[in-house]
Ligand binder design. Structure first.
Ligand code: TUI
Length: 312
């Protein structure tokens, strides 16, 4: 049987969904992504459940298309957010940075499609058993909180291990990379970093500029020793954090450095002390474009790539 692509599964235009992106993906941004033909996702990370609810209502005012909410499972008030989502009956719920098993049954009962982001085969299998509708297999190329495996190694292993659809993430920002993801057995792709340089994205202009000047080797993973590896752009903040890690500094000292650093990047564009979460594709991005143009260019390159393969 032919594999159904993500656009068919979700009733959207492209086989592409937006990654969570705490502090960045507001209701307004998610609605813009959905209006452009993808699936926008409101990031609950860093928000209270009532703040997330407001963002859901804001998105509903701005789009009649489906959108989702991403739950950051390490957040302190995750239980309240999970319960609120069951009331709000959102179209899709994605999760990150943990195991969402305790919440899946309630979310399914409310009618949501549940799509956990996973960094390993074992977690993908657990999610399938717990009733997930699909999984996002996210490679360590991605920005923010990352696992160990690359997209190239992870996606085919997850595809072989589960029967539910697999969405690839990490290292995808072009039509060639989307084509590769589908070749690995995925039904579509999740993108985050590529959408940070959209005109509609509400991050500070310095954040977009930092992505545009970034090279292939401009990102680094911090926080491995703390058990919370996070990929960010190299800057003073990243260097100081890594230095403290090498010195095995205490938790409080490390937390003092990270506290609020994502906010400083997103809202203030603070080049020195901000955490500019970004994936390894940052080096590919060289202009700020409307979301629609980004998605259309990716799909045009995807079709050209696919058409060229039989000639090899
Ligand atoms: O979640 C993400 N990416 C994120 S979350 C985030 S917010 C944040 N802010 C400050 C510090 C840390 C995070 C920024 N980026 N991606 C999905 C993802 N999930 N990647 C890896 C995982 C993951 C890792 C371990 C999922 C589950 C897991 O273990 C589950 C278990 O308990 O077995």
């Amino acid at each position: 049987m032919r594999r159904r692509l993500l656009n068919e599964l979700l009733g959207i235009d492209y086989p592409l969904i937006q990654g969570g992106m705490a502090q960045v993906a507001t209701g307004q941004f998610a609605a813009a992504v959905s209006n452009a033909g993808s699936l926008g996702i409101i990031a609950a990370g860093g928000l209270s459940s009532e703040q997330v609810r407001k963002q859901i209502h804001a998105a509903r005012e701005l789009t009649s298309k489906p959108f989702g909410v991403n739950v950051m499972l390490m957040a302190p008030d995750v239980e309240a957010v999970a319960a609120m989502l069951a009331e709000e009956k959102v179209f899709v719920i994605t999760t990150g940075a943990g195991n969402p098993s305790p919440y899946i049954a309630d979310w399914k009962l409310a009618g949501s499609k549940v799509i956990p982001v996973v960094p390993s085969v074992a977690l993908a299998q657990r999610m399938e058993k717990a009733g997930a509708d699909a999984v996002v297999a996210e490679g360590t190329e991605s920005g923010g909180h990352v696992g160990e495996l690359t997209t190239m190694a992870l996606v085919p292993q997850v595809v072989d291990a589960v029967s539910i659809p697999v969405i690839a993430a990490g290292g995808i920002a072009s039509g060639r990379q989307l084509c590769a993801a589908l070749a690995l057995g995925a039904c579509g792709a999740q993108m985050g970093t590529a959408l940070l340089v959209s005109e509609e994205c509400p991050v500070h202009p310095n954040y977009k500029q930092a992505l545009i000047v970034a090279k292939d080797i401009s990102t680094v993973v911090t926080g491995r020793t703390m058990g919370a590896p996070v990929r960010i752009l190299k800057n003073q903040m990243a260097r100081e954090y890594i230095k403290l890690e090498k010195e095995a500094a205490n938790r409080e000292e490390m937390e003092a450095l990270t506290l609020g650093s994502l906010r400083r990047a997103v809202f203030e564009g603070d080049r020195e002390t901000g955490s500019f979460m970004a994936g390894q594709v940052a080096g590919q991005l060289d202009e700020i474009q409307p979301l629609k143009t980004i998605f259309e260019s990716i799909m045009a390159e995807y079709r050209l790539t696919l058409a060229g393969l039989p000639q090899l």
